[in-house]
Design a protein around this ligand. Structure first.
Ligand code: BES
Ligand code: ZN
Length: 883
């Protein structure tokens, strides 16, 4: 019989586990190549399971040493074992104890799932299905157990031993140079939240008193010597804990909270109970090595993983189809935190930029799927922008529709009801339906239907009747597996803006007290009465729903919003919409008059006159044009990245020229005084100053080069240094090459800084870049086994360098395909993520499209692909929409 190694898992097939595991005692003896794991499981049949089912435990590349039932070692014929499974056909119908001994090799574990080594330390990653690489288990999120972990290791090899929960006991092992530590986690949890760490690590710590007066010790462990680079992360942790108490009433529930930074990690970070493990890139920061953006990411990710303690850990997921229940909700929570800690409108714009760049792109690609998928072949491929970012938008829409107070009451009810359980999206929605008495079944479609709805809007003013009428129509294009689409419940936050900026005087009874109209039919019309002059509609304020909007308003009217809208998001949006119209037209060879470009530049200039100094961070966003990838997405078909690149460069040049005086003034006045601080206001000034430099360089490369070289020499922080190097990379020549070489030399012992250096070079939109990248792969700091290095050099080439990745000769595609195949042998998750760069292939013009298809097919026909890569490549090639 041929075993299907690629079975499809379906939501509709969910059934409860046949057995439960009440407690787990793990005895782990760490050894570089022969780690022994003895698991003692207190088990019983699940009353909700099938009465005569065999006991089937999951494994992955495991080596079984022995298995005992109630203390009696089982003979070979009493069980069946393979690296993937351990099955006992006749398991007891009463509670029993199963003792399993396995041996694993952390050194050869290059997948970075399960127990592995990073810089000589031991660490684990178990989400989603990594625990089964440590011991045989019911490795599914609805099996919750209380864990006690004993970790033993050579004292010199691993002086620090950490586990989930609270420390219980530690000591030396008599007659040896080994020592041990015992950890106990009283909160039942699924296996994906298990973690342990052993190694030589430096530590910083601080005490925290929770709102009810409990004492908690917070600690961060890093590579020895880098302790001071963890200060900002520790501060962010403390602020996150305070915020969750204040905003959601949620308190921490153990005596210690530990974070460990490791340098080999597939993701950003992981929320293991009481023992978060982080990619060191999201912990370590100093003004010399980290940019303002790095600081912001550290703050957000520290918060995100901490917030999982309630949304993910205390209330976990019934199955992996419910992933958005923890991830979408937790992203929403970390976004709210960052908005409160920084500038809300600026943060909102950043969120929407990522949503559009990643999620809208995914939704229009062959990889489109619902926020709650209904089937998967490899769950690792569903940690997507759709589950995360669109999942967060759904929570935000819910809050917009029901209001702040009911939202908080609904969250409280959800926590009350579901604490200690493995829940579903239905449980979540039910809490809000119950506190509000609303029927949320229509709203629930957001979890089920994939694709980005498009809302077409027409406005009509009747001066005689003094009414303004809006006709709205929604539609969603087909996506894989879903041809027919239903109307969604779309909250439209809106208002009218008068040309002279005077307060709007119209009213509309379909708009609620919070300014929201709910569009829940395919078409609808609303009318404002008492409108005394022609208004401009401001729609989807704050980006109130994840939709695309088509609005037939001339540029001049849109630019009224940039000037007068009370909603900062829509002021930014207005400028972006106009810029996008011009860029898309220029890119596709459509007629664009100089007058149109001049009018836009003039609007930007007068914006700078009036508002830029009030909020530099916001101003920097307004003067930054949509990216080349954004423009490609807007064009949507027969894309030629070369014409897009030329159009965008030309626009930057024109804006740089016509706004030169303002830009000069910003560049000169917004210099830092005093020591570096990563706070949002200081970061905002740096970002406007550096955006000004970029436009000045676009207008006059000579001036730009001189300014950038000077800034690179005199910069006292990484933000300014990197920004100037980035401007230089757009200016071919000797100065650039010299600057690149010096930067590489200066930071040769700083891997995280070299990553930025790799990324900048990989993004150079010139023909030599592919050769440059191949050369950098020989750099002593580069390693194909380290995900951060690979993503910095090769991932950013594929994601950021539109022109060179999508070369007309196909060399960019062939290069990426070769790297995908190479990394797949070491680390399938990394390979599969790189491969998603191909998801845009169908929107390219013919020549490029056929080169991309050929590269994809060359991957697909390769034998022994991982499930991760096999899944992505086959969905990417699938014959379009619906089946
Ligand atoms: N639970 C995830 C980490 C994870 C993802 C583990 C996929 C296994 C597979 C964690 O909470 C997470 O979401 N991390 C994000 C960062 C976050 C700020 C969105 C990440 O790692 O990118
Ligand atoms: Zn998460």
């Amino acid at each position: 019989m041929r075993i299907d190694t690629n079975p499809i898992v379906r939501l509709e097939d969910y059934r409860p586990s046949d057995f439960l595991i009440d407690s787990v005692e793990l005895d782990v003896r760490l050894h570089p190549t022969e780690t022994r794991v003895i698991a003692t499981l207190a088990m019983r049949p699940n009353p909700e399971g099938r009465p005569d089912a065999p006991l089937a435990l999951d494994g992955d590349e495991l080596n079984l040493k022995s298995v005992a039932l109630n203390g009696r070692t089982l003979a070979g014929e009493e069980f069946e074992a393979s690296p993937q499974a351990l099955t006992i056909a006749q398991a007891p119908r009463q509670p029993f104890t199963l003792t399993i001994e396995t041996e694993i090799n952390p050194t050869t574990n290059t997948k970075l799932m399960g127990l592995y080594r990073s810089s000589g330390n031991y660490c684990t990653q178990c989400e989603a299905e990594g625990f089964r690489r440590i011991t045989y288990f019911l490795d599914r999120p609805d099996v919750l157990s209380v864990y006690t972990t004993r970790i033993e290791a050579e004292g010199d090899d691993a002086p620090v031993l950490l586990g989930n929960g609270n420390p219980v006991e530690s000591g030396t092992v008599d007659g040896s140079d080994r020592h041990y530590a015992v950890w106990h986690d009283p909160h039942p949890k699924p296996s994906y939240l298990f973690a342990l760490v052993g190694g030589r690590l430096g530590r910083i710590a601080k005490n925290f008193t929770t709102m009810s007066g409990r004492e908690v010790e917070l600690a961060i462990y890093v590579e020895p010597g880098k302790e001071d680079r963890a200060d900002y992360a520790l501060d962010a942790l403390e602020r996150s804990m305070r915020w969750d108490e204040r905003v959601f009433g949620r308190e921490y529930d153990l005596d210690v909270f530990n974070i460990v930074a490791v340098s080999d990690f597939n993701m950003g970070a992981m929320e293991n109970k009481g023992l978060n493990i982080f990619n060191d890139k999201y912990v370590l920061a100093s003004p010399e090595t980290a940019t303002d953006m790095d600081y912001a990411h550290i703050e957000a990710i520290i918060a995100h993983e901490y917030f999982h303690n309630w949304t993910g850990n205390r209330v976990t997921c019934r199955d992996w189809f419910q992933l958005c229940l923890k991830e979408g909700l937790t992203v929403f929570r970390d976004q709210e935190f960052s908005s409160d800690e920084r500038s809300r409108p600026v943060h909102r714009i950043a969120e929407v930029k990522t949503l559009r760049a990643r999620q809208f792109l995914e939704d229009s690609s062959p990889l489109a799927h619902p926020v709650r998928p209904t089937q998967y072949r490899e769950i690792n491929n569903f940690y997507t922008a759709t589950v995360y970012e669109k999942g967060a938008e759904i929570v935000r829409m819910l809050k917009t529709i029901i209001g702040d107070e009911d939202f908080r009451r609904g969250m409280d009810l959800y926590f009350d009801r579901c604490d200690g359980t493995a829940a579903t999206v239905e449980d979540f929605l039910r809490a809000f339906a119950d506190v509000t008495g609303r029927d949320l079944s229509h709203f629930a479609r957001w979890y089920e239907q994939s694709g980005t709805p498009r809302v077409k809007v027409k406005g009509r003013y009747d001066p005689d009747a003094q009414t303004y009428r809006l006709d709205l129509a929604q539609s969603t294009s087909p996506t894989p597996g879903q041809v027919k689409k239903d109307a969604m419940a779309i909250p439209v936050a809106l208002g009218l803006v008068m040309h002279d900026g005077s307060p709007s005087n119209g009213t509309c009874d379909r708009v609620d007290s919070r300014g929201v109209f709910l569009l829940d039919k395919p078409e609808d019309s609303i009318a404002f009465t008492g409108v005394t002059s022609l208004p401009v509609p401001s729609l989807f304020r704050g980006f109130s729903a994840p939709v695309k909007v088509s609005l037939d308003l001339p540029n001049e009217e849109l630019l009224v919003l940039l000037r007068h809208d009370m909603d900062a998001f829509n002021r930014w949006q207005a400028a972006q919409t106009v810029a996008m119209r011009l860029l898309a037209a220029l890119s596709t060879g459509a007629e664009v008059s100089d007058a149109e470009i001049d009018a836009f530049s003039a609007a930007l200039a007068s914006f700078m006159d009036r508002d830029a100094c009030e909020d530099p961070a916001f101003a920097a966003l307004v003067v930054t044009l949509p990216s080349e990838a954004d423009i490609a997405q807007e064009i949507g078909r027969d894309v030629n990245p070369d014409t897009i690149h030329r159009a965008r460069s030309e626009m930057r040049r024109r804006i740089g020229l016509s706004c030169a005086n303002h830009l000069r003034r910003f560049y000169e006045s917004l210099t830092d005084t005093g020591p570096y601080s990563p706070d949002a206001a200081s970061a905002g000034r740096r970002s406007l100053r550096n955006a000004s430099l970029d436009l000045l360089a676009a207008a006059d490369p000579g001036v730009g080069e001189a300014l950038a070289v000077q800034q690179l020499e005199s910069a006292v922080n990484m933000t300014d240094r990197l920004a100037s190097l980035s401007v230089l990379t757009t200016l071919p020549g000797e100065a650039r090459e010299k600057a690149i070489a010096r930067f590489g030399e200066r930071y040769r012992n700083e891997p995280l800084v070299l990553d930025k250096w790799f990324t900048l070079q990989a993004a150079i939109p010139e023909n030599g870049t592919l050769e440059r990248i191949k050369g950098l792969m020989q750099h002593p700091a580069f390693s194909i086994a380290n995900p951060n290095r690979v993503r910095a050099l090769i991932g950013s080439f594929a994601m950021l360098n539109q022109v060179q990745f999508n070369r007309a000769d196909g060399a960019g595609y062939r290069f990426l395909a070769s790297i995908v195949l190479r990394t797949d042998e070491l680390n399938p998750q990394l390979a599969a993520r790189l491969l998603t760069a191909f998801s845009t292939w169908r929107m390219m013009e013919n020549t490029r499209r056929s080169h991309a298809e050929e590269a994809l097919r060359s991957i697909a026909q390769k034998p022994n692909l991982s499930r991760d890569v096999g899944d992505i490549v086959s969905r990417s090639l699938e014959e379009s929409q619906g089946k």
